[in-house]
Design a protein around this ligand. Structure first.
Ligand code: ZN
Ligand code: ZN
Length: 285
């Protein structure tokens, strides 16, 4: 392994999965959503070409699966031009060091996320006391120590462009994490939301397992700033996306997406924000 990159000391395989694990869905001809256990990764670019990127990097111990999925779609020995991170939580960077080693490609993330990717800062501890179910209760066993990608990670360009994704712009959507970004393509309304909102109730083991489709705010146990999280959802809804892939849950599009997002904006405090928890002070509002 590259001597300049290290996972946090607590990175390990997490034994949770969903019915969607191992399933790939072509959401658009150049947007492919693939589920690694309980988290999604996205390939952007046309199949059987060299011109594509990977958004997010799956769960710990999933590099081989991600590489073979890549080669199935883009051809033997194909590799993305870059990995773009929506944020640095363990389930979005779980295989990144093996992938960077194997492909020798750069990683891009928002400037405010870089301290968490270069071992300078750690995310707040997950909050298992938020209501919602087993996954929330399991969250203290999730890896939380910062990883170090050293010089392999760079900040996203400040003009809003996304390297190797010509029609996309990155949009700062903090709340779930300080440097969280979503990626949006105006010409067809395609949105890669990350965990700014998700389409499954990620706290509930049953709903994660069955992937029952239901719009939800960011995963509760890992979201420290609910005011910023709400502003981010408002920002994304105002873009009127026509199709969305998210960090967790099935892709959503059309009328279901627009009505679900409107509802999430309208009822954010009751749908998204937990009634109690370390990072909530409902009396404040
Ligand atoms: Zn996250
Ligand atoms: Zn996530």
């Amino acid at each position: 392994m590259d001597q300049h990159m290290n996972y946090g000391g607590d990175y390990k395989y997490i034994p949770t999965t969903s019915v969607g694990s191992g399933v790939g869905i072509e959401v658009l001809p150049d947007l492919f959503n693939y589920t690694v256990q309980i988290v999604n990764i996205h390939f952007v670019g046309n199949p059987k070409t060299d011109d594509f990127v990977l958004v997010d990097a799956g769960m710990p111990d999933s590099a081989e699966e991600i590489i073979s999925t890549t080669e199935d779609r883009f051809g033997k020995n194909s590799r993305p031009k870059a990995i773009i991170l929506t944020h640095g939580h363990f389930d979005h960077v779980g295989a990144i060091i093996e992938l960077v080693d194997h492909w020798q490609i750069p990683v891009y993330a928002h400037e405010l996320e870089l301290p968490f990717l270069t071992e300078q800062q750690r995310y707040p501890e997950p909050d298992p006391t938020v209501e919602g179910g087993m996954v929330a209760k399991m969250s203290p066993m999730f890896p939380n120590e910062p990883i170090d990608l050293g010089s392999h990670v760079e900040k996203l360009p400040s003009d809003g462009s996304v390297p190797h994704m010509p029609d996309f712009k990155w949009i700062h959507t903090p709340g779930h994490s300080p440097g969280h970004v979503s990626l949006f393509r105006e010409k067809d309304g395609a949105l890669i939301a990350g965990d700014a909102f998700v389409t499954v109730k990620q706290e509930s083991l049953y709903k994660v397992l069955t992937q029952e489709q239901e719009i939800s705010g960011p995963p509760r146990y890992l979201t420290p700033d609910w005011e910023a999280a709400k502003e981010s959802v408002i920002k994304l809804e105002s873009l009127k996306p026509t199709v969305a892939v998210t960090g967790h849950g099935l892709p959503m599009s059309g009328q279901l997406l627009s009505t679900s997002l409107e509802k999430l904006v309208r009822e954010f405090d009751s749908i998204a924000v937990p009634d109690h928890g370390k990072y909530v002070d409902k009396n404040k509002h």
